[in-house]
Every structure is written in C-alpha cells, then in structure tokens.
Design a protein around this ligand. Structure first.
Ligand code: AMP
Ligand code: ZN
Length: 134
C-alpha cells in the first residue's frame, strides 16, 4: 500500500471502482475515461510504480487476468479485438504510478489509431541499436 496512490485506494476499497474480476493477486475494473466501450484496467494488488518493479508473480497474475478479460470483451461485448497497453514513465503516457495493464477492446469502426506511422527504418541504425540491446 502506497500513500496517495489511487489504485492502492481502489484495492483497499477506500476509492470506489467498478470491478469486474479479481483473484488473490490482481483485480480488474473499468477505466473511468474509456478509450472504447469496455476499457478495463488490470492491476496487481501489491503496489509497484510500474512494470519494472512488479514481481514475477504479480505480473503473471495480472497478465493472466488480462488474457481472460480479452476473451470476455470479445465474447460479451462483441469486440473485434483488443489492445493491451502498459505505460512506463510519464513520457510514455503513464499518469497513475501503480503498475497496470490497459485492456482496450477494439471495434472495426472505433476511432483509435496507431500512435506512430510505420515507416521503414535505416537498417544500419536498427542493427546498431540491436547491438546495444544484446
Ligand atoms: P495511465 O495513463 O496509463 O497511467 O493509465 C491510468 C488510467 O487510469 C487512465 O486511463 C485513467 O482514465 C484511469 N483512472 C484514473 N483514475 C481512475 C479511477 N479512480 N478509476 C478508474 N480509472 C481511473
Ligand atoms: Zn499503488
């Protein structure tokens, strides 16, 4: 539990949320600013700032819960697909600093768009970057 963390408040029940699924390590609830119909958040019950800090057990539980919710939104909301998203750092759009996975149902006619324009990259640069990461 981290002081002033909204999602820890949701886990504790001191901040209201609309929960749709849970297990002993993770809970899933509706995002109050849904990108599409059925937008969910899946969080580990234990506080960590972002995915880098979360334990393997918590990440496994959250990912498995997200997997089952992807199936549920496709079956019950008639979604055509889904995106999973986890933002790590304010510059990567993170606004709540408690590890979470967005489950965003996708519909053929929804207005969401890729946030980048796929364009072939420079192969030397790609390879040099890969070398840094290897
Ligand atoms: P991110 O910007 O990736 O950190 O995602 C945080 C998400 O939490 C945003 O999509 C917000 O709409 C959502 N959010 C913030 N506060 C609440 C809340 N009290 N209940 C449900 N969702 C929330
Ligand atoms: Zn927290």
């Amino acid at each position: 539990m981290s002081e002033n963390c909204i999602f820890c408040g949701i886990v504790a029940g001191t901040i209201p949320s609309t929960q749709v699924a849970s297990d002993d390590r993770a809970i899933a609830f509706m995002d109050i600013n849904p990108a599409t119909r059925g937008h969910l958040l899946v969080i580990p019950r234990t506080h960590s700032t972002d995915l880098r800090e979360a334990s393997a057990e918590d990440l496994t539980a959250a990912t498995l819960l997200a997997q089952s919710l992807v199936g549920r939104v496709i079956e019950r909301l008639d979604a055509d697909g889904a995106n999973l998203l986890s933002c790590i750092g304010a510059d990567a759009w993170q606004s709540v600093f408690h590890t979470h996975l967005h489950v965003i149902p996708r519909y053929k006619d929804d207005p969401l768009q890729l946030p980048w324009h796929p364009t072939p990259g420079d192969l030397d640069e790609i390879n040099a970057t890969a070398a840094t990461l290897t």
